[in-house]
Write a protein that binds this ligand. Structure first.
Ligand code: COA
Length: 168
């Protein structure tokens, strides 16, 4: 499995991964525009000619945010999500200090991955995601890219989600 930078020509492959992983997707045109924008960056994991997983981020002034992280179901639990997060954190660190994301409060696999990677809770947006029977909160997570133990140091801490120092 190899990782490389996202290209606009990956957009259709990214849609297929998203559809398989989430059951919904940004359009190929939206994804291509995000990749093409000066603020956009990300990585794709390839098994030969097949795209297995990707991460798409954007930089906004002095912060970066993860817009999408998805691994095809048959390629999950093989470390791709963690590798992509590490690659994105390494790139973001070159220009910003903090990486943010939003994740649904009921997305246990993703919450586990982010906790292992060193993200901490930065906030909560109530009833942010639509669900068939109502709505689910979004948890806002933050990774301090300059903290020892952040992914550049290749260390997955394995702790639970912790509130940042000084928060309630
Ligand atoms: C979340 C997601 C990207 C993880 O991708 P992945 O390639 O399987 O991730 P990894 O193999 O690197 O997993 C790393 C850790 O994440 C956690 N994890 C991943 N899948 C999990 C699952 N199904 N159940 C519980 N924990 C899980 C585990 O802690 C895992 O470590 P372990 O395998 O040593 O136990 C993938 O499950 C996915 O695409 N889900 C649907 C889309 C999504 O929810 N994206 C995130 C939105 S914010």
């Amino acid at each position: 499995m190899t990782l490389r930078q996202l290209l606009t020509t990956d957009a259709v492959s990214l849609c297929k991964i998203q559809d398989a992983a989430f059951g919904s997707a940004w359009s190929a045109a939206d994804l291509a525009a995000l990749i093409d924008a000066p603020s956009g960056f990300g990585f794709i994991a390839m098994a030969g000619d097949d795209a297995a997983a990707f991460i798409l981020c954007r930089q906004i002034i002095d912060e970066a945010e993860i817009l999408v992280l998805a691994t095809r179901p048959e390629s999950q639990r093989k470390g791709l999500g963690a590798r992509l997060l590490t690659a994105a954190a390494n790139q973001a660190r070159q220009s910003v200090h903090t990486l943010f994301l939003e994740v649904a409060a009921d997305n246990a696999p993703a919450l586990s991955l982010y906790a292992k990677t060193g993200f901490v809770v930065a906030g909560r947006r109530e009833k942010y995601y639509t669900r068939p029977n109502g709505a689910e909160d979004a948890i806002v997570l933050r990774l301090d890219l300059n903290r020892p133990g952040a992914p550049a140091y290749g260390h997955l801490r394995g702790h639970g989600l912790e509130p940042p120092v000084g928060s309630n």
